[in-house]
Ligand binder design. Structure first.
Ligand code: PMP
Length: 455
């Protein structure tokens, strides 16, 4: 039985509308889904309605919701040592153990770990790290950061400047001045490349941009191995290896933003090696704790780590860096990912999701392409398969309709992709239910963006 009474729900809703600001939600949009419980892939809201979580919250609930073992670990750690700083010479056993564990799972060159509270702090720290590395190496002019349009690197001022969506930075005054955005390797959007091979185009553009700015002025390129928020954009296999070659030639560091892709989302601990990246710095968050508690980690090579700690000390630090409870939770989360073989599950269930969804590109005029890697799946929504023109609003409200009508939580990711990124523990039956729900609504979306039989 559900304990929250409808009167309480009304009060919760009223109070939410009065006080709570939600990211990316305008005040005139007054619908709320007030979640009160989660178990596995199932969520329950304050009215008692059940949902199937096919987005893993925001791409992160790898081990699923409601794991008592995690709560127990957190409680035990809080009883023992809830917090002490990791600044200066202070440390704690959980942070030490987690740093060792992360390095054992990370790509070969990673050797050092700096903890943050999430992805945005991590991206900021990574940008500072790259610049500081060159500064201490005697190249203080190497300040520029290369990024890509439709990249997402958080919304703090540093990573936010590298984020490639104008509407997320508009009206907030100047962001970092020395950031330059390149074309994303989004093969389906072929008009971006003027008929040229995608990688040839991107590498040529990169070379040109480096010459314009001057290699002596560029610190790093930051990039998601697979662009998440941009629509789960999987680059051609030769993209990262060739980009990396160019960067190496010019002593430009590569920062892999693996906030979405690490810890099993794509079926591996880290996606960088699978995509042919050999980064100097890796930013992680999200799946590191499956969202049970905020935590991020910036990993760096021995060389970068040595240099940036060689001066008066690494000049980046957050109160919660190396928080013992967060680190204890992360360790338990990694135990579960390992003992339940959830990386393999990500590959198997991810393949199933894809097999179920891929026929929609044949069947429906509005599904241009279906892409996936592990348990990340995107359906590119178009108005016309020939021109590949993006589906207009209100078709992009399709995730809300899926949720309202079927209880399956999906997401439309910028700009026109329907994305699923479920917990890695999702069962076969749940995967079938999720794709069937998506399909049932997509079948009613017309190429002009209107949706049949809705309200
Ligand atoms: N980088 C990437 C690739 C992300 O997808 C996100 C969050 N979606 C971030 C950074 C920012 O992480 P956070 O929201 O934890 O600050």
């Amino acid at each position: 039985m559900f304990s929250v009474q409808s009167r309480e729900v009304t009060d919760l809703l009223r109070t939410d509308l009065k006080h709570l600001i939600h990211p990316h939600q305008p005040s005139w949009a007054t619908d709320r889904v007030i979640m009160v419980e989660g178990q596995g892939c199932r969520m329950t809201d304050a009215t008692g309605r059940e949902y199937l979580d096919a987005t893993g919250g925001l791409w992160l609930a790898q081990i699923g919701h409601g794991r008592a073992q995690i709560a127990e670990v957190a409680a035990a750690q809080m009883r023992k040592l809830e917090y002490f700083t990791a600044f200066w010479d202070f440390s704690n056993d959980q942070a030490i153990e987690l740093s060792e564990r992360l390095i054992s799972l990370a790509p070969e060159r990673m050797a050092k770990v700096f903890f943050t509270s999430g992805g945005s702090e991590g991206d900021d720290a990574a940008i500072k790290t790259a610049r500081y590395y060159h500064y201490l190496n005697g190249h203080p002019g190497k300040n520029w950061i290369l990024s890509r349009h439709t990249a997402y690197h958080g919304l703090a001022y540093g990573g936010g400047s590298a984020t490639g969506f104008a509407d997320m930075t508009e009206g907030q005054g100047p962001h970092l001045p020395h950031v330059s955005h390149l074309t994303p390797p989004h093969s389906y959007r072929s008009h971006l490349f003027d008929g040229e091979d995608v990688t040839d185009f991107c590498v040529r553009e990169l070379e040109q941009r480096i010459q314009q700015i001057g290699p002596e002025n560029i610190a790093a390129m930051i990039g998601e191995p697979i662009m998440g928020v941009g629509g789960f954009i999987i680059p051609p296999a030769d993209y990262w290896p060739r980009v990396q070659q160019v960067l190496r030639r010019h002593d430009i560091l590569l920062i892999a933003d693996e906030v979405v892709t690490a810890f099993g989302r794509t079926g591996s601990w880290f996606a960088s090696p699978d995509l042919g990246m050999d980064p100097d710095i890796i930013v992680t968050a999200k799946g590191i704790t499956s969202g049970y508690i905020p935590l991020g980690a910036v990993l760096m090579s021995e060389q970068v780590g040595q240099v940036v700690t060689s001066g008066h000390g690494y000049p980046v630090g957050y109160t919660y860096s190396g928080h013992p409870v967060a680190c204890a939770v992360a360790l338990k989360n990694l135990d579960i990912l390992e003992s339940e073989d959830l990386l393999a599950a990500s590959r198997t269930t991810g393949d199933l999701l894809y097999q179920l969804a891929a026929p929609l590109a044949e069947e429906l005029e509005i599904v241009g392409e279906v892409r996936h890697a592990g348990m990340g799946l995107a359906l590119e929504l178009v108005t016309d398969k020939e021109t590949r023109a993006p589906l207009p609003q209100p078709g992009l409200g399709v995730a809300d309709v899926i949720r309202d009508q079927t209880g399956v939580i999906a997401r439309v990711s910028s700009p026109t992709n329907l994305v699923l990124s479920p917990p890695l523990i999702m069962t076969e039956d749940e995967a079938i239910t999720a794709v069937a729900a998506v399909a049932s609504v997509l079948r009613r979306v017309r190429p002009d963006g209107t949706i049949a039989c809705y309200r």
